[in-house]
Design a protein around this ligand. Structure first.
Ligand code: DP6
Length: 344
């Protein structure tokens, strides 16, 4: 086939155990595990024709964004060994996010995973060879990893691990591995409210943050801690231990930001209102015994995580006690999602 169109929708994910530090060809320095989101998704449409002068056009939400186009171009150039047809076609790619503009939500996981799914569908079309479902997902996760490490995990719904570990024999550093079938029912419809403290563009990208781990004085201690937390978190996801979940979740979030603050050069992504909100969340948990916990991405916004049966009390708590700390009082309600969906 020498022309066609494929499109996939793929979600973002929130890491419970963080990937921070990489080596070689986008391999993580420690294992990570994440929950796949439901509402924060990217939709990517890829049209291909026989190769002409132009190799690639890329539009994000109707606009040409140079920085995104360069990243996609580098990504495609690197895939010549994995997808040998890549030089024979011209690509027109359009992508959009369902989550609102400028909310500071990292979109590389959803964008790169949706593009990886498109490339694997395209491969099936141009070669006429269909993959088994598991093989398709494994390949897509491998390709997504090369685009953005965290994107490898978005290929799977519910929960997914990425990075080799003795605690989970199926885990690999090449691609993510689904963990959903081991998960306790309490985590199957877990909630994540994304509290927007600031939507400003980050001063330091994740890619730079990862590279600062190379000569970080605490790098080895961090990787040991991540291995221990990973093993604990998998046990917690199986058993449904909510107190353990909150303890490890918050330890990971604050360790990540600690590593940023004592990197050389140092940087701080937390904002004063992030810390105020954290204090209020901890006080509320202590006084009401509601099992809510927080985590943070590489940014100032808080992911407030809790079981679905606490939805109405948490809604009230956020509206009454946290909203004034948020930019325009804004937060996004999300929860565990099912993973990518083919839309064309
Ligand atoms: C803090 O996957 O965005 O969100 O591989 O350079 O694209 P690249 O980095 P990225 O890093 C994610 C960092 C994190 C933790 C995580 O998602 O595990």
């Amino acid at each position: 086939m020498n022309k066609g169109t494929v499109a996939w929708e793929s979600p973002s994910n929130i890491a419970l155990i963080k990937y921070w530090g990489k080596k070689g060809r986008q391999y993580p320095c420690n294992p990570s595990v994440s929950m796949t989101l439901k509402n924060a998704v990217s939709r990517t449409c890829l049209s291909f024709t026989e190769r002409n002068q132009e190799w690639l056009t890329f539009e994000f939400e109707g606009k040409n964004v140079g920085a995104f186009e360069n990243r996609i171009q580098n990504f495609l150039e690197e895939l010549k060994d994995e997808l040998s047809f890549i030089n024979d076609y011209t690509f027109h790619i359009k992508s959009e996010n369902t989550f609102p503009h400028s909310t500071g939500i990292a979109s590389s996981a959803s964008a790169m995973s949706s593009l990886a799914m498109c490339l694997c569908s395209m491969q099936e079309q141009v070669t006429g060879k269909k993959y088994e479902k598991d093989e398709f997902l494994k390949k897509a996760s491998y390709i997504a990893r090369l685009g953005s490490g965290s994107a490898s995990r978005s290929i799977y719904g519910s929960y997914a691990t990425w990075g080799k570990s003795n605690a989970f024999s199926k885990a690999s550093s090449d691609y993510a591995t689904p963990f959903s079938k081991y998960v306790h029912p309490i985590f199957k419809d877990y909630q994540d409210f994304i509290l927007i403290v600031s939507s400003e563009k980050k001063k330091v990208s994740s890619t730079v943050g990862h590279s600062l781990m190379k000569h970080h004085p605490f790098a080895e201690a961090r990787y040991d801690q991540a291995h221990d937390n990973f093993e604990r978190m998998l046990g917690i996801l199986r058993s449904g231990d909510l107190n353990g979940f909150i303890e490890v979740l918050e330890n990971e979030a604050l360790s990540l930001h600690g590593l940023m603050m004592n990197s050389n050069p140092s940087f701080t992504l937390l904002k004063p209102n992030t810390l105020l909100a954290i204090e209020l969340i901890r006080d509320y948990r202590e006084t009401t015994k509601t099992p809510i916990g927080f985590t943070l991405d590489a940014g100032p916004n808080i992911h407030l995580m809790f079981p679905k049966n606490e939805l109405s009390v948490v809604n009230k708590f956020v509206d009454e006690e946290l909203k004034h700390l948020l930019e325009n009082g804004r937060y996004l309600k999300d929860e565990t999602g099912l993973g990518p969906k083919q839309i064309m």
